[in-house]
Ligand binder design. Structure first.
Ligand SMILES: Cc1cc2nc3c(=O)[nH]c(=O)nc-3n(C[C@H](O)[C@H](O)[C@H](O)COP(=O)(O)OP(=O)(O)OC[C@H]3O[C@@H](n4cnc5c(N)ncnc54)[C@H](O)[C@@H]3O)c2cc1C
Ligand code: SF4
Ligand code: SF4
Length: 1014
């Protein structure tokens, strides 16, 4: 049989004999071709099993067809161990259950696909946790962590994965399950395998003593030393041999984990944190050996480059600055985060004092920022955890590359080692950013290399020199992230050929047919084999003309200075679009479920296709002709982007700034330009154009609203337009905000008067509030008038000024640009006179600060920035005025709790806080932010028949349950589509903040007509 036939057989048999999903198309396989390393290999097939029987059957089928198997969790490995020409089996979708919790005996049994944070969330109420706290805790699965022998920031206190696994049930290559636990209890195949390895260990004892690095952080090769411990910390507390430890760190190459038994640790109730600010990096490194003597549970490094990078990221800036002695002063060369944990806060404070004294004794008095508040500590740890990702945000083809990133050296040599390695980098024309686990001598560092050009050669040269240093200081070459491809060839270097041969025998004995993840740990390829690179020499991007200006991504960088070249100079045939996509380094941070927005579609489907990473990979492969069809306007790209709601969650939360929302706009434009617009596109896109006609034609608003009352009409329209009959559409109001009566009613100021008026404001009415919810405009005007502002309502004869968002989202970029330009032309002179522009709808107003900057609208960056800065959401404007002491509203007391749902674009542009702050000026207001992702309506997305269910599921993740939990609360949602989703899902009428403030005005000058849907 040729390869095609075998693959076909695999697919047929898997489909016939299992309940799992088999993915054979190139795009799906491409999404599983990479982990967070520099490597890429398209798998033979991808399998998403639903049951344990599915996995067992898959192993047997693959064995019979001689197709290798690669187990996969979150795919966040850094060395290429989760890439391979194999049948990739994804545990993360369906094998994520906690199976058994035994608090009395201190263990928990879990399935391999369970994510660490989810496990710890479930354990929290029992005051216990699983303490191997890797930075990727929101994505890393327990199976993957065991596969890699992962290590957390607190390994000095708790050890590595191997120290915390008590047992593993695993399928061996014959498809049968064996239990690996204490050697004394072993039976059957597990016992035989254990005895075999024990004999090998005996034979190699002397050599192990000689060659094995004597540090906590050694994860290379197989753990032959479980029989003669060489680790700083014994693998078991009582010295008994546990055979599951042979599987830990085996990178999927020995067996397929079915169930893992993990040791629980008591959850410390209290923590204190000392953040030491160092004027010199060497001092920081040299101090670590003294600091660990105080008994901290973590000592983590963040260097100056990383602090500076964090300060340029809006999500991290304020947080990182809480750790600086003086945010106004030059950035320290390094900070060390020293954590003390336990249950007695007064003792922990004493430990913190001892740290302060120690630093004074070491000649650095006053260098410690002391943190007691748990939230401030937690926030800073989040930034530290995001360290690597922050570093990866460097634009250009030169990227920090992981290959010597976790060498571990004894602490007394740390300062010399880091100095020497820095010199190596300089010699090779690059530099590295240092961070992470100073407590255990494992400092992460990634030299910046251009893997498309001379990176491969430099990588080898630097690795060789780094290895010499590691040998000199008797350290471990692979101290955290495993071997994979980038370190596989160094196993023999580290342990010598005899022990390497022993590893081969272990592999052959466990897996005689080389079924599991071949080419890892044994017979590994060369680290610089360019045929395995994600960007091999053959990588070529096809040219495209883009609608948005992506030139700021189209740059190159200087690895020594990290300065980037001028926008547009990066040589990208796709004008910067492909370089923007290539910023995704596959770290998987978008596979998260906790706070924040990213990525709502993945939260619902858990499908790699529907996460930002999967989308970025699809786009990258499509633009580099690695899929069935090349280019943007293809079915494969469409499928991957279909459930992207354009929430901009990734724009803010993806550490490397992958802005998929904008990419989707670009895609939609390209796709529609090629394939044409549907009736629905036209109805939605051109709404701002025909809205006036409907609103001003007697009888028409009622006629259109009748659709909401008549299911037959709704069904008919669904058939022709694809707008779901199950949704009510926004109701046309007879009282639109685009009439003269508004100006007269509120005695608004004319534009001429405005310049000399008291507290002038230009109020811009958007399409949605203007036509469908003009009561919000009334409310906002009433509040502004009550605040003493002179308000000018922006209006236009026979129409209104529209931001162009509906055009943008339906791919009509030419019309979007025309609308945007028209609005800009009228706003620009206003903003240039320093008059603030205020609007209500986040997705409309915030376009001025986001999309407008890259739409090529004929204004320069300075002018656009001036406009962006001068355009405020209603709540931002009012709260700023309040802060400046210029807002004196007389408000009545709040009677109900106020729940707030932030619009995704508010979250992305960091404007939720002013909304909360503004509501808090209402006397006795109890304002609660609902932790939500996207509401699921997302403009027209939730109205579209094919997206209805996903849209509802998004809302049910946390938004609607939180609202139902508090029936008496007032709900504030500033987005028009959010209000609709809330109303449909909870029967509750969410309000724009303007309405809530207006309701609390002591002197009401308008009637509170609350938004309603007919
Ligand atoms: C930004 C960033 C930060 C990181 N920080 C840390 C850190 O602090 N500490 C750390 O140790 N690592 C860290 N890593 C590396 C990586 O996140 C961890 O090793 C993580 O534990 C891998 O989990 P995963 O689910 O993504 O595993 P995957 O990459 O999916 O798999 C890892 C290995 O385990 C094998 N495997 C997976 N499931 C099974 C199974 N069921 N049976 C047998 N083998 C299996 C795979 O074949 C593979 O070889 C980081 C990576 C990134 C990108
Ligand atoms: S899209 Fe962003 S968060 Fe997701 S994997 Fe890529 S870089 Fe990481
Ligand atoms: S814009 Fe939102 S839905 Fe789309 S990829 Fe980003 S986070 Fe996911």
């Amino acid at each position: 049989m040729d390869t095609m036939e075998i693959t076909q057989q695999l697919q047929t048999r898997l489909q016939k004999n299992t309940s799992g999903e088999v993915l054979t198309d190139l795009a799906s396989r491409g999404r599983y071709a990479t982990d967070a390393s520099i490597y890429q290999t398209i798998p033979i097939s991808v399998f998403i099993p639903k049951t344990a029987q599915d996995i067992q059957a898959a192993i047997q089928i693959a064995q019979e067809l001689a197709i290798p198997i690669l187990p996969r969790g979150g795919g966040t490995s850094q060395c290429g161990q989760t890439t391979g020409a194999a049948l990739v089996i994804d545990n993360s979708r369906h094998f994520r259950n906690l199976m058994d919790l035994n608090l009395a005996d201190g263990y928990v049994d879990v399935e391999p696909g369970m994510v660490l944070d989810h496990l710890n969330q479930a354990l929290k109420k029992h005051q216990v946790w699983f303490p191997v706290d890797v930075s990727t805790s929101g994505q890393a699965t327990i199976g993957g962590m065991a596969g890699n022998n992962s290590c957390g920031s607190r390994s000095i206190a708790y050890g590595n994965m191997v120290h915390n696994v008590l047992g593993i049930d695993a399928w061996l290559s014959d498809g049968k399950v064996s239990s690996f636990g204490l050697m004394q209890d072993a039976a059957g195949r597990a016992l035989k395998l254990g005895q075999f390895v024990q004999q090998l260990a005996l034979e190699h004892h002397a050599e192990m003593v000689e060659k094995w690095p004597k540090v906590l952080r050694r994860v290379a090769g197989y753990n032959l030393d479980i029989f003669h411990n060489q680790n700083e910390k014994p693998y078991t507390e009582d010295g008994r041999v546990n055979l599951s430890h042979l599987l830990v760190g085996s990178e999927g190459s020995l067996a397929y984990f079915k169930k893992l038994r993990l040791k629980l640790a008591e959850l410390p109730q209290q923590k204190t944190l000392g953040v030491i600010n160092f004027a010199s990096f060497y001092q920081a490194m040299d101090s670590a050996q003294h600091i660990v003597k105080l008994g901290p549970c973590a000592v983590e490094l963040v260097d100056r480059t990383m602090i500076d990078l964090a300060r340029t990221n809006p999500a991290f800036k304020k947080i990182i600055e809480t750790g600086l002695k003086d945010p106004q002063a030059p950035t320290p060369e390094a900070i060390l985060l020293v954590e003390f944990a336990g249950n007695d806060l007064s003792y922990l404070k004493q430990q913190l004092n001892q740290l302060v004294e120690l630093m004074a004794d070491l000649g650095m008095p006053g260098s410690v920022v002391e943190m007691i508040d748990p939230q401030t500590q937690k926030n800073l740890w989040e930034v530290r955890k995001a360290g690597l990702n922050i570093m990866m945000s460097l634009k250009g083809d030169g990227k920090p590359v992981s290959f010597i990133e976790d060498c571990a050296v004894p602490l007394e040599h740390l300062a010399e080692y880091t100095n020497a390695l820095t010199e190596v980098f300089t010699k090779h024309g690059t530099r590295g950013t240092w961070y992470a686990h100073a407590s255990v001598g494992t400092l992460h560092v990634r030299p910046i290399l251009d893997m498309r050009r001379d990176g491969a050669a430099k990588m080898r040269a630097i690795a060789e020199e780094a290895a010499e240093l590691v040998a000199k200081y008797k350290g471990a070459f692979s101290g955290e992230h495993g071997d994979g491809i980038s370190r596989g060839e160094w196993i023999q270097w580290q342990f010598g050929s005899n022990i390497n041969e022993a590893f081969r025998k272990i592999k052959n004995n466990f897996d005689p047919t080389n079924l599991f993840n071949p080419g890892k740990i044994i017979d590994t390829p060369k680290m610089d084999d360019q045929s395995l690179f994600r960007f091999p020499p053959s990588y070529k991007v096809i040219p495209i003309q883009t609608a948005f200006d992506w030139s700021s991504w189209n740059v190159q960088n200087n690895p020594l200075t990290e300065q980037t070249s001028a926008p547009g100079s990066g040589g990208d045939p796709a004008n910067g679009f492909s370089k923007a996509i290539e910023m995704c380094n596959n770290n998987g941070h978008c596979r998260k479920f906790d706070a924040g927005t990213m990525c709502p579609s993945y939260r619902v489907t858990r499908d790699e296709k529907h996460v930002t990473r999967g989308r970025a990979n699809t786009l990258r492969l499509a633009l580099s002709s690695q899929l069935e069809e090349s280019g943007l306007a293809t079915a494969e790209v469409k499928e991957a982007l279909d459930l992207c709601v354009g929430c901009k969650g990734c724009k803010r939360e993806c550490p490397t700034g992958v802005d998929m929302a904008k990419m989707k706009l670009e895609f939609t434009h390209q796709y529609k330009a090629k394939h044409g617009y549907t009736l629905r596109d036209r109805l939605i896109g051109t709404l701002p154009k025909y809205a006036h006609w409907i609103a001003n034609t007697p009888g028409l608003p009622s006629l259109f609203n009748f659709r909401n009352k008549n299911q037959g009409i709704a069904n008919l329209l669904e058939k022709f337009t694809g707008i779901s009959a199950q949704r009510k559409l926004p109701s046309w109001t007879k009282d639109t905000a685009f009439t003269r009566s508004f100006e007269e009613e509120f005695e608004l100021t004319s534009l001429e008067e405005l310049k000399n008026a008291h507290k002038p404001v230009v109020f811009w009415v958007d399409t949605f509030n203007g036509f469908f919810e003009s009561q919000n405009i009334r409310a906002a005007l009433a509040v502004l008038k009550a605040g003493g502002f002179s308000v000018h309502l922006l209006r236009k004869e026979n129409g209104h000024y529209c931001c162009g968002r509906t055009f943008m989202s339906t791919g009509m970029m030419d019309q979007a640009k025309t609308s945007a330009k028209e609005l800009l032309d009228v706003l620009m002179p206003i903003t240039q006179q320093g008059i603030p522009i205020v609007g209500l709808e986040p997705s409309c107003l915030l376009s001025l600060r986001d999309e407008y900057l890259v739409m090529g609208l004929g204004y320069n960056a300075e002018e656009l920035n001036q406009l962006a800065n001068g355009s405020k959401l209603f709540e931002e404007f009012l709260f700023e005025e309040h802060q400046q002491g210029r807002l004196h509203l007389k408000l009545t007391e709040a009677k109900n709790t106020i729940q707030v749902h932030g619009h995704c674009h508010q979250k992305a542009m960091d404007t939720v806080k002013p909304l909360l702050d503004l509501l808090a000026i209402i006397p006795k207001a109890n304002v609660q932010l609902i932790e939500t992702s996207c509401c699921g309506m997302a403009g027209s997305f939730g109205y579209e028949v094919e997206h209805l269910e996903v849209s509802k599921q998004m809302a049910e993740l946390s938004l609607l349950p939180s609202i139902r939990n508090q029936p008496d609360a007032i709900v504030v949602a500033n987005g028009v589509s959010c209000r609709h989703q809330i109303h449909e899902g909870s029967e509750k009428q969410a309000l724009h903040v303007a309405q809530v403030l207006a309701m609390h005005l002591q002197e009401k000058s308008f009637s509170t007509s609350v938004f309603s849907i007919n």
